[in-house]
Design a protein around this ligand. Structure first.
Ligand code: HXC
Length: 514
């Protein structure tokens, strides 16, 4: 056959495969506000950068009449391309083909691109839209999931792994995303659950919609399984692209540097934090008053809002921010915010991203609910993550730093490299009211006017401890600085930390309080 005929044959074969599950299935997909798998890939990657592999792979299942069925590309598209020039490996499940369900060959395509990403040390993006294990393929489907989970784990901390949930993700389909670094969801489109509404109805007799069980909002606000929430696929892809600009390609590199720019003048750092320690303020404004161009990219915005995490740039370099949020529950640490902080700290540490911690909290949240929910175990994750992290760690104490909260929020004692405090900082075992009630109880009780005595003792305690100077006199704080000096001190600290090198004792791995 002459070459041009062979090329035509190839083109015809491609056209057939590109139709996926057929026009009807594609229409159904579009009616739900969803794009097809290939459309998703091409709109996420740089124009014309996508190279598809394994287009002609087909399943080889035999049971339940599967031998009579063709499943184009076996319901998953794989390949690689670039985002703003950064190489990425990618797979996207095609719901129009057998509901994107995962059979053996489908899983082999995914593991092939995962191996490729790890070998080439580039980020992996998985677009998930799947009914879970392909029921007709039995244990082969389960084996496929196991092979994926194993690779997610081995690649963890070596290459960035990003999961995008763009459809139902049931059963095994949710555990691979759960093992990856960042999970993106879209309102009304994304669903994640281990056992679906049908199973719940059968086993428990309860009726619940897919949305209420595991919709995008549920995972962004309640479970913490999702890190980014968007109203449309388009917005979601913009978020992914932005994230890619902040992270390195792998753990032996640093994130790409950008041209630095000053924060916007509308964020006046002298005016954000109220003098009265009981008044709230938005700590994100403090971050915006510090970072380049006031550009702060928040992560898990809707979950455990009492703690803020995200990326910004300092002098053009990606920096992770961890900050107590006085607007929510006075910025306390609790079970959920501890998990949120600890995971992010470990991410930054794995990928060579310096961490800036902004402190203003009354401590860990007291109460039976928190104790029974395991605040000891979860809270300990923060101590572990900060202690273990060897990337540059910079701390600024804005206002309250009481008790365990002081220690946990990247204190000198957990080996922060630089600790700065504003003159408004109060570093003590607990707040003045509580402290005076305990240590001066006898004097207060026996006084002619207990209220007046309490006030006097609170003032005495405040004068002694509600300031940064006791900690500064011990060297626990390196410098007491004016708010307007914060960016200058942080920029310099990051610069001198460029070649930080901290040897750790030899071990297989530690045992963080998972
Ligand atoms: C085979 C599947 C499938 C699956 C969907 N399909 N899920 N085929 N195995 N798991 C097929 C359907 O038969 C249908 O084929 C097509 O995909 C579209 O599915 P619909 O049901 O028509 O779509 P929709 O109404 O949108 O509902 C989507 C859905 C539902 C919610 C995902 O299909 C569903 O509940 N599927 C089963 C989900 C599930 O329980 N998975 C868990 C598997 S066990 P046709 O030919 O009619 O177009 C598991 C364990 C792994 O994953 C554990 C590892 C730790």
């Amino acid at each position: 056959m002459p070459l041009n005929k062979k090329i035509k044959e190839l083109q015809e074969k491609r056209v057939k495969v590109l139709l996926g599950g057929g026009e009807q299935a594609i229409e159904k997909q579009k009616a739900m506000g969803k794009r097809t798998a290939r459309e998703r890939i091409t709109s996420l990657l740089d124009e014309n950068s996508f190279n598809e592999y394994d287009m002609f792979v087909e399943h080889d299942a035999r049971d339940f009449d599967m031998d009579k069925k063709s499943l184009p590309s076996d319901g998953v598209i794989i390949g690689s391309g670039t985002i703003y020039g950064a190489p990425v490996a990618i797979f996207a499940q095609d719901f129009t083909v057998a509901g994107g369900s995962l059979g053996l060959m489908h899983s082999r395509k995914i593991t092939k691109i995962m191996d490729h990403a790890l070998k080439m040390r580039m980020p992996l993006i998985g677009i998930n839209d799947s009914g879970g294990a392909r029921i007709q393929e039995g244990v082969n489907s389960l084996a496929g999931y196991g092979e994926i989970f194993f690779r997610n784990t081995i690649s963890s901390g070596v290459i960035p792994q990003i999961s995008v949930i763009l459809g139902p993700c049931a059963g095994g389909a949710v555990y691979s995303p759960a093992l990856t670094d960042f999970v993106f969801v879209v309102d009304q489109i994304s669903k994640m659950f281990i056992t679906g509404p049908e199973v719940i109805k059968t086993v428990l007799g309860e009726e619940i919609s897919m949305e209420d069980l595991g919709g995008a909002r549920v995972h962004s606000e309640v479970t913490g399984n999702a890190h980014f929430f968007a109203m449309s696929e388009e917005e979601c892809f913009d978020q992914i692209k932005k994230l890619i600009t902040f992270i390195p390609w792998n753990n032996s590199q640093k994130a790409r540097a950008f041209e630095p720019g000053e924060p916007k003048p509308e964020f006046d750092i002298n005016k954000i934090v109220p003098a009265d320690p009981t008044l709230p303020y938005d700590v994100k404004d403090v971050i915006r008053a510090i970072v380049d161009n006031s550009d702060f990219f928040e992560i898990m915005e809707l979950y455990a809002k009492n703690l803020v995490i995200g990326f910004g740039r300092m002098g053009g370099r990606t920096t992770g921010f961890v900050a107590n949020q006085p607007l929510e529950m006075a910025g306390v640490l609790d079970v959920d915010s501890s998990d949120k902080a600890a995971r992010f700290i470990r991410y930054c540490d794995a990928f060579n991203i310096p961490i800036i911690t902004l402190v203003d909290l009354p401590g860990y949240l007291p109460g039976v609910d928190q104790e029974h929910a395991g605040v000891i175990r979860h809270g300990a994750k923060v101590l572990y993550a900060y202690s273990e992290a060897t990337v540059p760690k910079l701390t600024v104490i804005l206002r309250k730093a009481y008790g365990g909260g002081y220690i946990a929020m990247s204190s000198r004692h957990l080996r922060a490299d630089f600790v700065f405090a504003w003159p408004s900082a109060e570093i003590a075992v607990m707040g003045p009211e509580g402290a005076a009630n305990i240590i001066f109880r006898k004097e207060i009780m026996s006084a002619a006017d207990p209220d007046a005595m309490r006030k006097q003792k609170v003032e005495e305690y405040k004068a002694k401890f509600a300031n940064p100077y006791v900690a500064a006199s011990r060297g626990y704080v390196d410098a007491v600085i004016e708010p307007s000096e914060t960016r200058k001190f942080l920029l310099h600290s990051i610069e001198v930390s460029e070649n930080k090198d901290v040897p750790m004792p030899k071990k297989k791995h530690g045992l963080p309080p998972f």
